[in-house]
Design a protein around this ligand. Structure first.
Ligand code: ADP
Ligand code: MG
Length: 724
């Protein structure tokens, strides 16, 4: 088996990262032990690396099957930019190009080759594959093999033949689709033998979930997007026409936007997607057709301008935000009207079972949107995962718990108004009409129907019609009024409503406030010098255009933010930036270091709070560890040995070495938390330890589902103890 330190070394050298994301290392170790492996990790978890890094660590060629041509090119561009010999074969290549690439593969010059599944079908392609020295097979987006998944591709079924053509070659399958049915299908269809299966938490800590009532939706969209500087985002809408209208509105407001839907001709679709990936437009207004091919890591917001049809879709679509781990916002504009609209649409589905299934899904979606509970609890609960805290700190309901207010009088006014209309002999009217009566509107329909003569006319001038409509929706949710679902939904009072009115019972409602952005630090946030960041971004765009690749192929926003924080002006300092490997130092180091140097000539260097919330150095000079055996461990660690190496050398188990280091840390030894665990692991542990004062670590370890080792938890505690 390949030792972990070697993987860590490859990770830094080629990709410029200092640490693994949760599960990455475990997955790689299994794959390198030539075991069939299935990795189910959410979007943005870093699945690609799980087969790319092992490909570098082993001899021979890794064949990667990936469903979309655009995605393939993107991945190969990124690998090439990191100095890794990779290529792809698909139908877009001309014959000469195809021949050249095949020759390079045969000559052993390539470590990873991406194949489109349709390629497997063509002629004697499998007999060509048999002649290669293939040592691993990776199947990305493996859910495409299942009819139960949302992106079924019949070509993926041919993978069985590819497996047969490569006997004894281990497979690693990767997907972000968690449903058990799809998972089982992957195992069967790919004939995975005794597979190591990894399932990560589906929580996306850096995503902030917001739901707002849909009112003046266009104005709200413009305002929301404008408040986000140069950030890129996606606006999902339900119809093609609406995506076009929204894009036009945004453009008229000075926001570079385009639309994307299945009705566009293929070249225009490709062009629009490319413009978005290359940061030439900020916003794509799209239907759900815009999806899987979007590997853009720096999508900073996803807005649902219309209600998604089910929670799974909502999760998938919001999941496209924040792949890079920096904070991102997911805004859902919710209206009961959308629900009513889809219900009418669902009425047309002839098959009863299908209709009821869709209705149920829609109900769950509406419940999620209307709930005042933590959004994470709702979302993860849908996937059968239990979110352990009451306050996630990153959704509207947790950030700004809704205030309640005494709405006894308002309820009486509204309910009486329904009764007065009824007593006047008029058939039931809709919410708007009732609101117009209450606010004393002079609208024609009110005057024509003599509704300005009702005793409730104008008795609710203290609120505008929108406020009254919101009150009405809450009354409906509480079962005090019923809104039927015709073409013109009308309102009637229920038995409960009558009781409330007759017995003058008190009623409180919650305020739906537009959520203010919280100032608490957000998961994944990296504070930096924004003036420098903007310049780095401009340089990145220039270099990317010259190389004809999307900007994130040059550097991610994470890398730029670290540069705009640490101001690296030497090669050594530049190499310490996450995302800077050897190749990127060679290709881009000079340009970026030059820019940073020039910037510092006429700008003050700013300092920022520690990313980990832990002071980088203790106030006092470190005392030597008192325990002599711990002292030996510490010396070895200072000398650059890894925990595993020290354990081996001293004939002790790793957890003992970790305890030694934890003691040293608690006593002030200036070690870097990042050399032990990643930022996201740290966040998980921090959350799990919140309010936990016991010594025993087992409950915490179990609570984290065994994802994070005892050693890491112990080390984290030591850093905390030092801070206290
Ligand atoms: P997935 O396929 O799971 O959605 P990707 O493989 O596209 O995720 O990775 C998402 C982002 O995370 C990429 O920008 C990638 O470079 C970054 N990434 C992956 N692994 C690490 C790591 N260990 N440290 C830092 N960034 C990482
Ligand atoms: Mg992926």
């Amino acid at each position: 088996m390949i030792a972990s330190p070697q993987l860590a070394d490859l990770l830094k050298r080629h990709f410029g990262y200092d640490s693994f994301r949760p599960l990455q290392r475990d997955i790689m170790e299994q794959a390198l032990a030539d075991r069939d492996t299935l990795a189910i990790l959410p979007t943005g978890a870093g699945k690609s690396l799980c087969y790319q890094l092992p490909a570098l660590a082993r001899d021979g060629l890794t064949v990667v099957v990936s469903p979309l041509i655009a995605l393939m090119k993107d991945q190969v561009d990124q690998l090439t930019a990191s100095g890794i010999p990779a290529t792809f074969l698909n139908s877009t290549l001309d014959p000469q190009e195809n021949r050249d690439r095949l020759a390079a593969i045969r000559a052993g010059e390539i470590k990873l080759v991406y194949l489109a599944p349709e390629r497997l079908m063509s002629g004697d392609f499998l007999s060509i594959v048999r002649t290669w020295k293939v040592t691993a097979l990776a199947v990305d987006e493996a859910h495409c093999i299942s009819e139960w998944g949302h992106d079924f591709r019949p070509e993926y079924r041919r993978l069985r033949e590819l497996r047969e053509a490569l006997p004894g070659v281990p497979v690693i399958a990767l997907t972000a689709t968690a449903t058990p049915r799809v998972r089982e299908d992957i195992v069967t269809q790919l004939s995975l033998q005794d597979a190591a299966v990894f399932v990560a938490s589906f929580n996306r800590p850096n995503l902030n979930y917001l739901v707002e009532p849909k009112q003046d939706a266009t104005a709200r969209l413009v305002q929301f997007i404008k408040s986000r500087g140069m950030d890129s985002g996606i606006v999902y809408a339900q119809s093609r026409k609406r995506t076009e209208e929204l894009a036009a509105t945004l453009r008229n407001s000075g926001i570079p936007a385009i639309c994307y839907h299945a009705g566009l001709e293929a070249p225009e679709r490709a062009r629009n997607q490319e413009a978005f990936l290359r940061d030439e437009v900020r916003v794509v207004c799209a239907t759900v057709a815009f999806g899987m091919g979007i590997n853009k890591p720096d999508v900073r917001f996803v807005i649902h301008a219309d209600l998604p049809k089910n929670i799974e879709g909502y999760y998938q679509e919001t999941g496209r935000a924040g792949r890079d781990g920096l904070p991102a916002d997911c805004l859902l504009l919710y209206s009961r009207g959308d629900v009513a609209k889809y219900l009418r649409f669902l009425d047309e589905i002839p098959d009863e079972e299908a209709r009821e299934h869709s209705r149920k899904q829609l109900d769950q979606m509406a419940d999620f949107a209307e709930s005042d509970q933590c959004r994470r609890i709702g979302l993860l609960g849908y996937f059968g995962e239990i979110w352990p805290q009451d306050n996630c700190g990153a959704c509207d309901n947790c950030l700004a718990p809704r205030e309640t207010w005494d709405a006894t009088i308002e309820a009486q006014k509204f309910l009486s108004c329904i009764l007065r209309v009824k007593q006047s002999g008029h058939p039931p009217v809709g919410i708007r009409h009732l609101c117009d009566i209450l606010t004393g509107s002079r609208a024609e329909k009110i005057i024509a129907k003599n509704h300005d003569n009702l005793s409730t006319y104008g008795i609710g001038r203290e609120h505008n019609t929108n406020k009254w409509a919101e009150i009405a929706r809450q009354l409906a949710r509480k079962g005090l009024i019923a809104i039927d679902s015709g073409n013109f939904p009308t309102v009637t009072i229920t038995a409960d409503g009558l009781t409330l009115l007759r017995e003058r019972r008190p009623l409180s409602l919650t305020r739906l406030m537009a959520t203010e952005k919280s100032r608490a630090p957000r998961a994944g946030e990296i504070e930096c010098d924004l003036a420098l960041f903007d310049r780095l971004r401009a340089l990145r765009k220039q270099l990317a255009d010259a190389a004809s690749v999307p900007p994130y192929v040059v550097f991610s926003d994470v890398a730029l933010r670290h540069m705009a924080r640490d101001y690296p002006t030497t090669d050594a300092a530049f190499l310490r930036i996450p995302g800077v490997g050897e190749r990127k130092l060679t290709d881009y180091g000079q340009a970026f270091i030059g820019l940073i140097g020039a910037f510092l000539e006429n700008h003050e260097r700013r300092t920022f709070a520690s990313l980990t919330g832990i002071a980088p150095f203790p106030p006092k000079p470190p005392k030597p560890a008192t325990n002599p055996t711990a002292q030996v461990t510490l010396e070895l660690y200072r000398a650059g040995k890894s925990i595993a190496e020290i354990a081996k050398e001293r004939g002790l188990v790793e957890s003992t070495i970790e305890s030694h280091l934890a003691t040293a840390i608690a006593q002030g030894e200036p070690l870097d938390p990042r050399s032990f665990y990643t930022e996201s692991e740290e966040q998980e542990v921090r959350a799990a330890l919140e309010g936990y004062t016991e010594e025993a670590l087992k409950p915490v370890f179990d609570h984290l589902g065994g994802r994070i080792s005892y050693g890491k938890i112990k080390l984290f505690r030591a850093f905390q103890a030092r801070q206290a």
